[in-house]
Design a protein around this ligand. Structure first.
Ligand SMILES: NC(=O)CC[C@H](N)C(=O)O
Length: 350
């Protein structure tokens, strides 16, 4: 069956339709990594988005449950230049079987290069994937909210509470690997309930959409961050900056890939990071927040990480847990846990 993706400006790109679900809508974004489609498709930060893979051949290593970042496929739809067409040996499901099982539509044989050029020119716009006509209200984007269940991972001595804005499983795994017990709580959990958990420190997770959606709770998050060591990752980093009076803005088409260079502003060292975000913290909004720039993006000079002069707060816009992508920043979890254990100011690590 033939199908298309149509952007809000009316431009369409045709391809071959995969799956029985014949329609979806979402913000169209592109991912430039060569591998890692299992993690991308199941990362809750991509909720409500249609992901275009720039790598020309996707699906050749199937889909393994242990690579999943959450229990679901989170994206609304998938666009590929070419999808691996064969069954896989053994028990591993093929990508197309997995997408179909979750009722996620995909298009293959699409001119992804032309589509990505459009996104780079026009920005990450709303789009629909369809096999026939498009309903008139279809370019309205839906807000996605995390659905958290209280969860516990690990049995280590250090107790980290992971505030869930749509967390990736590999963040919890990275903390467990550092000898932590991790309790996941919803973004709107009451402060006194959190206090009863007796935490040693907090991680503010990644998540979908505009960080300003959580503004109702900023006072609560600041109250935590001035009393406990905190590490913010991606949306969690943006929320920490906002809670202390900073501002965020949306980039034209965001950073999504596995080779984004960032510079540590203290050491001048450049390293490769895994990224997936549309929003960034505005540098000029930081002057009275107490935050200092820890990392900067080498390509566009945007803020990639912060440390606080007064409180034990570290935050990164990129993903130290990688999954997928380079693992050059795994040390950040180790440094953070040292801070939690010794109650030192994070400043000494910056
Ligand atoms: N990975 C994330 O946490 C993404 C953060 C936010 N939703 C953004 O797009 O900027």
């Amino acid at each position: 069956m033939k199908g298309s993706i149509t952007l809000a400006n009316g431009t369409s790109f045709a391809g071959d339709w995969l799956g029985d679900h014949q329609y979806c809508s979402g913000e169209v974004v592109f991912y430039t990594g060569m591998t890692g489609y299992e993690q991308v498709l199941t990362d809750p930060s991509y909720q409500g988005q249609i992901v275009v893979f720039s790598y020309p051949f996707i699906g050749n290593y199937g889909f393994k449950p242990e690579s999943m970042e959450s229990a679901l496929i989170q994206v609304s739809g998938v666009i590929m230049a070419e999808c691996y067409p064969f069954q896989l040996e053994g028990e591993r499901l093929s990508l197309t079987e997995y997408l179909n099982h979750h009722h996620i539509p995909a298009l293959t044989n699409v001119d992804t290069r032309a589509l990505i050029q459009q996104i780079r020119e026009k920005g990450s716009v709303p789009a629909v994937m369809h096999t026939s006509t498009i309903p008139s209200d279809s370019f309205q984007l839906q807000e996605c909210w995390p659905q958290t269940a209280l969860e516990k991972f690990g049995t280590g001595k250090t107790h980290i509470v992971l505030i869930d804005f749509g967390y990736k499983k590999s963040i919890a795994d990275s903390l467990v690997a550092q000898g932590c017990t991790v309790t996941v709580v919803p973004y709107n959990y009451e402060t006194d309930e959190i206090e009863k958990l007796n935490p040693d420190g907090f991680v503010f997770s990644n998540g979908a959409g505009d960080p300003m959606r959580f503004s109702k709770y900023f006072h609560r998050y600041k109250n935590i961050a001035v009393r406990y060591p905190v590490l913010g990752i991606c949306l969690g980093h943006q929320i920490l900056a906002l809670a202390f009076g900073g501002e965020t803005m949306k980039l034209k088409f965001g950073h999504r890939g596995a080779n984004h260079p960032v510079m540590n502003m203290k050491t001048g060292k450049v390293s490769m990071s895994s990224q997936n975000h549309s929003y960034v913290v505005k540098k000029e909004s930081l002057h009275s927040t107490g935050f200092n720039i820890w990392f900067e993006n080498v390509n566009d000079k945007s803020v990639e990480g912060l440390w606080h002069s007064q409180y034990a707060i570290l935050s990164v816009q990129f993903h130290p847990e990688a999954a997928p992508g380079p693992q050059e920043h795994a040390q950040i979890f180790q440094d953070f846990i040292q801070t939690v254990k010794h109650k030192e100011k994070v400043r000494s690590y910056a």
